[in-house]
Each structure stands twice: as C-alpha cells, then as structure tokens.
Design a protein around this ligand. Structure first.
Ligand SMILES: NC(=O)c1ccc[n+]([C@@H]2O[C@H](COP(=O)([O-])OP(=O)(O)OC[C@H]3O[C@@H](n4cnc5c(N)ncnc54)[C@H](OP(=O)(O)O)[C@@H]3O)[C@@H](O)[C@H]2O)c1
Length: 283
C-alpha cells in the first residue's frame, strides 16, 4: 500500500496524514519543502524531486492551488509520468480538467479528476465525499486507496464532469456563505454577536425545504407565482439594502441581488416565482 502526494497545502497535508494513519507508505513533495516536515516526522518519505515522487507509487495524488501550478510542477518532470495514474484533486474549470486529461494521456499517464467536497479536517471521516470523473477502470483499480480520503461520487467518463459539479457546488457555497457573512456584519453592527445569532443563522440557512420544493418546479419549467413573486422579492431586497445602509454596512452584495430581481421584473416576470430567475440568468 503506497501512495505519493504532491502539494502540501492544508488539503494535501490532511490527505497525506490520512494515508499515514491508514498505514500507507507515503511519499510527499511540495514546492516549499518545509511544509513536509511534520509529515516526515510522522513517517512520510520526502521525495527529493518531483520525478522521485511520481515514480514512488502507481497512484499519485495531486493537491495544488490550480492547474497552472500543476503544469509548473509536472512539466519539467513529464517523462516520469509514463505509466502513472494521477488523481488530480486540484480545483479548476471543466475545460482545463479535460485539457489536462489530454495532456496527461499524451505523456502516458491517466488522469482521474476529483473535486473534493469537504474541508481538510473532514478528510478521512465517514461523511466526506469527492466528485470523481474520468476512466472508471482507473478509479476502480484505485478505489480502496481513494476511499481512504473520502467516499467516491463517480459521475462518468468525461474528465470535466467532476470539475463541473464541483464548480456548481462552489458557486452555491460561496454565494451562500457570503450571504451569511453579510447578514452577520449587519448583526455585529447592531451589537448582535455571532454566537447569539448562530441558532437563527442555522435555521435560516437550512435551505432543504426550499430546494426540494423548487427543484421539481425548475425541472418542469413551472414558475407560477403562487407562493412567491419576483415583485415581492424586489420589495424585500430593498428593505435588506436599506437596513444594511442604515447599519453602516457595505450594501454591494444585497444591491447586486436587488439588481438581479429588478432584471427579472423588467423581463416580465414580476408576477412569477423567483425560480424564473434561472431563465433570466441563462440569457
Ligand atoms: N482547503 C479547502 O477547504 C479545500 C476544500 C475543497 C477543495 N480544495 C481544493 O484543494 C486544492 C488544495 O487546497 P489547499 O487548501 O491545500 O490550497 P493551498 O493552500 O492554496 O495549497 C496550494 C498548494 O499548491 C502549491 N502551489 C501553488 N502555486 C504553485 C506553483 N506555482 N508551483 C508549485 N506549487 C504551487 C502550494 O505550494 P507551496 O506550499 O510551495 O506554496 C501548495 O502545495 C485546491 O485546488 C482547493 O481548491 C480545498
């Protein structure tokens, strides 16, 4: 049981740590070598070069900031890629994932694309999941090693799919979390601490009911304004913007949403549900 991990940011360190805890023979490499010190103290082997890391194991796990970093790391060591399977758990766009899979294939390597859905402390825990796509046969060949990190949500052969699902999730994640931060800034400006508001925030940000209610309607193109209307959303967001301003808080985030809802109304959807914004956005 051996594995190589290239890229030791918080994510790569958590991954290498999970392999060490699982009894694997782990080889690590990072551009800034000091980030390997802790892992080496726990039993990892420090590769003296990228080539050494690539040839230490059949499966190489990559965890870099983006695909530019991947090319910067792998290009000079490309001959050592021949025969390797690279689990590329680096985030980037679907097109770049497809391009990288071709680039690997031209150098005799197989890329498995992965989009990790959890933060570093959750690596190796039972609920952790990663989107995977690329050759199913390669994923099956390395299933047990990949599953040391997270569960496998396999999406299909297209190497861009895992990156696409990941980016869609991250789109929702960043906007949702930014909403939390903005609301909490208004709360803080009014003397309401994050601890005090936490139970309210948890309830407010539990969108499960809404997602399950709206998803079938979006799928059916059914945007009837029977429970909510864009015109109501415009009025509501005006209140949010004014409350933020009156609290001395930057209003650019709710103002951008207000603009979107106004666009929906201007497109003739004032009496339709907010789900009609999906069509407005697609235009
Ligand atoms: N952290 C999370 O919560 C999380 C969750 C899901 C997915 N991810 C994804 O997992 C990946 C790694 O995340 P992370 O948090 O560990 O990121 P990070 O802290 O930004 O780590 C980046 C890694 O990339 C290396 N790197 C950056 N630019 C480089 C270059 N030009 N040449 C060579 N190496 C370069 C860094 O090396 P140095 O140490 O030398 O700078 C480090 O090893 C990212 O794609 C991220 O989107 C992260």
């Amino acid at each position: 049981m051996n594995v190589a991990v290239i890229g030791l940011g918080p994510m790569g360190q958590a991954m290498a740590g999970a392999y060490l805890a699982g009894g694997y023979d782990v080889t690590v490499w990072n551009r800034t070598p000091a980030k390997a010190d802790d892992l080496v103290a726990r039993g990892a082997k420090r590769a003296g070069s990228v080539e050494e890391a690539l040839t230490a194991s059949d499966l190489v796990v990559l965890s870099l900031i983006d695909y530019d970093a991947m090319y910067a790391v792998l290009e000079p060591a490309a001959p050592a890629l021949t025969g390797r399977t690279v689990a590329n758990l680096t985030s980037d766009t679907p097109d770049r994932a497809r391009e990288a899979a071709r680039w690997m294939a031209e150098r005799g390597a197989v890329q498995i694309t992965g989009g990790v859905q959890v933060p570093p402390p959750m690596i190796g825990t039972p609920d952790a999941m990663t989107y995977y796509s690329g050759p199913e046969v390669a994923i099956e060949a390395h299933r047990s090693t990949l599953e040391v990190l997270t569960g496998i949500d396999y999406l299909g052969e297209d190497p861009g799919l895992a990156a696409l699902y990941y980016q869609i999730g991250i789109d929702m994640f960043w906007t949702g979390l930014a909403g939390y931060l903005h609301g909490q800034a208004v709360a803080e400006a009014n003397g309401i601490s994050a601890e005090r508001f936490l139970p309210n925030a948890v309830k407010t940000m539990d969108f499960r009911y809404f997602l399950e209610f709206y998803a079938p309607r979006i799928a059916a193109g059914h945007h009837e304004g029977d429970v909510d209307r864009i015109s109501m959303g415009v009025a509501s967001l005006e209140h949010v913007v004014h409350t933020a301003r009156a609290s001395g808080v930057d209003d650019s985030l709710p103002a951008a949403l207000l603009e979107l809802f106004r666009k929906g109304a201007a497109a003739g959807h004032g009496q339709d549900s907010l789900t009609s914004l999906v069509d407005v956005l697609r235009r």
